[in-house]
Write a protein that binds this ligand. Structure first.
Ligand code: ARG
Length: 588
């Protein structure tokens, strides 16, 4: 079913055409001045120039044509020529009834589904997932859900960091500590041990120690680079050791992602495209797209009109080692071959913007990306109260796992304070706390325009009032409980009647906006649009419910209509929270 703004745009565009004006100027949007009208069109202002008439006169001409429309209760003109539209209550109610009867709540699937690859998450082997990866995962997952809901064919890929210098750093460090291991014996005939010489904790401790040592000693950096190049060129012992690192890390990552409720179609990494690198590099060199520069192979990507310098992309270092950008380019080759995508979205920290600009330009120059549109979906940082990227109290990176336990604990405490879930079985209560904790963290992240930085404040995220995940979960749960109480008295949702009370009309108008919110969120790749709308809807319902006493209404038809509004609101909140990756407990 078409959404209300589209229906009204059709009507007003037809009126523009009838008035001899370009149809596209008749685009209708929500009113900026709800006191004057519910929807508005500003097209008369632009049309005035073409028609060489004063804008008000143009607006009056259009208004006259619209006047007879049975769906419109009022057409008025404001200011220099804004046309304000108010719907009849009967039309509004009929529209919301259609939406309520629709499985998709009025959100139409796109007519031209695209193949969309979503690259997000991006944790690195041997390093614990930290809050930066948390943002990528939360935002990426929401976009994955949103695009899928709109009917696109979505393929999500975690794109592990498993092939760069940090791998060589770890191998060099192990060689130093355990030179006796067969991985370092060039003459070893195999097979290599099936069990890893290190566990997850050793591995996580190894990386920062090795990194600090390399920072201090150039010789160690040289060794790490050499080990990286040897790994990449296939030295069997290094590969075998690396495979252990990979297996241990991936198991831990999968556990973390599961806890967060984030899933990927592909769990591929940089290393997976290793076999594609040599042929790609050769082709780029043959076509003179890659050139030698001081021993390294680079692609020049600066363009006329660049405001800041865009340095060449380094494809291959002088020692043969490949870089982050190289694996990203080879991954495009891989994805284009496997999926022929229309769109690839990279949900990655905005601080990597230059990297993606280089990669995208090189992909275009090298004709690597097929017809795919490549987009970097950047985001800002999650900061501590000191305004710097969030750290633990001890100053280290906060592990995702620890962050989630902290959130669950805080949620337990808050449920207790609010007297929620008090007499439920311990197991159910623990599960509710877990869901509330995750909702708090996810919503707090998603409700900001993704490019903004925000301050991590669990205390604020966890409140049951205001713009929070827990508030919205609770709003949905309360409506469910209302519907259960009604059902227990044999009261069921029924036909939606034209609104009488202003809060009832407002709730209907808000419900009718759902498809617009979803469309805008997808177009801007901006889940915060869903958050804003979900909050408006919950607030609208709460105002409605305060004024319209559903359970004690004396008119049975009105009561059934109200129950249908409640039911539809609850479905909408559930749907929106699901698009945000937030699950709603059955009860709280
Ligand atoms: N592993 C990278 C990091 O931690 C993120 C990967 C993002 N995706 C990509 N295709 N480069 O910074």
């Amino acid at each position: 079913m078409p959404c209300l703004s589209a229906l009204l745009s059709d009507t007003v565009q037809a009126a523009f055409t009838a008035a001899g004006l370009p149809a596209e100027l008749g685009q209708v949007k929500l009113s900026d001045r709800p006191d004057l009208g519910q929807y508005q069109t500003n097209g008369a202002l632009a049309a005035a120039k073409l028609a060489r008439k004063p804008p008000r006169a143009v607006a009056e001409g259009v208004a006259e044509i619209l006047d007879g429309d049975p769906r419109l209760a009022g057409v008025s003109i404001a200011g220099p020529g804004f046309i304000n539209l108010t719907l009849t209550d009967a039309f509004l109610a009929a529209h919301v009834a259609d939406l309520a009867a629709d499985d998709r709540l009025g959100v139409e699937a796109v007519r031209d589904p695209q193949t969309v690859i979503l690259d997000f998450g991006g944790p690195n082997v041997a390093k614990p997932m930290h809050v930066g990866h948390l943002r990528a995962s939360i935002i990426g997952d929401s976009l994955q859900r949103l695009f899928r809901h709109l009917g696109h064919r979505v393929i999500s890929d975690v794109h592990l960091g498993d092939w760069g210098y940090p791998m060589g750093l770890l191998i060099a460090e192990m060689a130093r500590r355990r030179p006796d291991l067969p991985y370092f014996d060039a003459g070893f005939q195999g097979p290599y041990p099936a069990d890893s010489p290190v566990g997850l904790e050793d591995l996580e401790a190894l990386y920062p120690e090795a990194a600090a040592a390399a920072q201090a000693e150039p010789e160690r950096r040289r060794q790490a680079s050499a080990a990286t190049a040897a790994l990449q060129s296939g030295r069997p012992g290094y590969r075998a050791l690396w495979q252990h690192f990979l297996d241990i890390s991936v198991a831990a990552m999968k556990r973390d992602f599961d806890a967060l409720g984030v899933h990927f179609d592909l769990f591929k990494g940089e290393a997976d495209v290793d076999p594609l690198i040599a042929p790609m590099v050769e082709r780029l060199a043959d076509h003179a797209i890659a050139e030698r520069d001081e021993g390294a192979l680079v692609i020049r990507v600066a363009e006329d009109g660049d405001k800041a310098e865009v340095p060449p992309l380094i494809l291959e270092k002088a020692d043969g080692g490949v870089m982050y950008a190289t694996t990203d380019l080879a991954t495009i080759v891989d994805r284009v071959t496997a999926f022929d995508p229309d769109l690839v979205l990279y949900v990655v920290d905005q601080r990597q913007h230059l990297h993606f600009e280089q990669v995208f330009r090189a992909a275009r120059r090298g004709a690597i990306s097929g017809h795919a549109r490549l987009e970097h979906i950047g985001f800002g940082t999650m900061n501590g109260t000191d305004g710097k990227p969030f750290k633990t109290r001890a100053g280290g990176v906060m592990k995702l796992q620890d962050l989630l336990s902290m959130a669950t604990e805080e949620a337990e405490a808050r449920l207790g304070e609010a007297g929620l879930a008090a007499d439920y079985p311990a197991e159910e209560r623990a599960e509710i706390a877990r869901l509330v904790g995750i909702a708090a963290v996810k919503f707090a992240d998603l409700q900001n325009w993704r490019m903004s930085n925000y301050i991590f404040d669990l205390d604020r995220f966890m409140r049951f009032e205001g713009r929070t995940g827990p508030y919205l979960q609770y709003a949905a749960v309360r409506i469910r409980s209302l519907l259960r109480k009604a059902a227990a008295q044999d009261l069921r949702p029924g036909a939606i009647l034209p609104p009488e009370a202003p809060v009832e009309r407002d709730l209907m108008l808000t419900l009718a906006r759902l498809p617009d919110a979803v469309a805008v969120a997808a177009a801007k790749r901006a889940p915060h649009e869903l958050c804003d709308y979900a909050y408006d809807l919950a607030q609208g319902f709460s105002r409605f419910y305060a004024a319209c006493h559903v359970l004690s209404a004396d008119d049975a038809d009105r009561q059934a209509s109200w129950l249908m509004l409640a039911h539809t609101t609850e479905r909408a909140l559930d749907r929106l929270l699901d698009l945000l990756g937030i699950a709603v407990p059955e009860r709280m």
